[in-house]
Design a protein around this ligand. Sequence first.
Ligand code: NB4
Ligand code: NI
Length: 185
Amino acid sequence: MILMDNVIREGHPTLRTRAKELTFPLSPEDKKLGQDLLEFLINSQDPVLSEKYNLRSGIGIAAPQINESKRMFALHLPDDNDNQISFVAVNPKIVSHSVENTYLTNGEGCLSVDRNVAGYVPRHARITVKFHTLDGEEKKMRLKGIPAIAFQHELDHLNGVMFYDHINESNPFADVPNSQPIENN
Ligand code: NB4
Ligand code: NI
């Protein structure tokens, strides 16, 4: 199972590297990598297991964060109607996005960043994405709210981008044009 010791932290070059596309069929190792990423999120949100294994809770994690420079990430979170969103995305792409922006009023954090970096992280409010499942099936879906923000945060990791790269350096809480913020506790 993935533990926090397996998560690389800012300063590690893999976090600033564009990850490589995967080809299908995936190797048994790459399939297990995807399953392990999703399992980590489920464990991290479990009060008993997160306590037992000292896991920071996460709704998303990308393969480069455990030093696997491959275009794969997992998401596990409730959507706005409390339906559980839970999948592993391989070779994910944003095929279109809204003009409208959004951001989390409390900013973002990252399992690879052991410090708070305050400020608004502008994101697309709604996105249409494509990715393949671990079995090679193509998926297309529309995301909004926190699932859309999380998908963009993870896709950034595949491109060597960190959330704070998007924060306005001179004024971290500068108004984000044409945006509807999302309150997150
Ligand atoms: C990725 C997220 C940061 C902003 C917003 C939030 C949490 C992460 C980082 C967008 C993506 C990890 C991956 C949470 C969390 C709310 C839902 C359900 C019940 C607890 C869980 C807590 F844990 N970020 N952590 N940070 N990242 N919400 N929630 N709750 O997931 O670095 O690249 O279980
Ligand atoms: Ni992150």
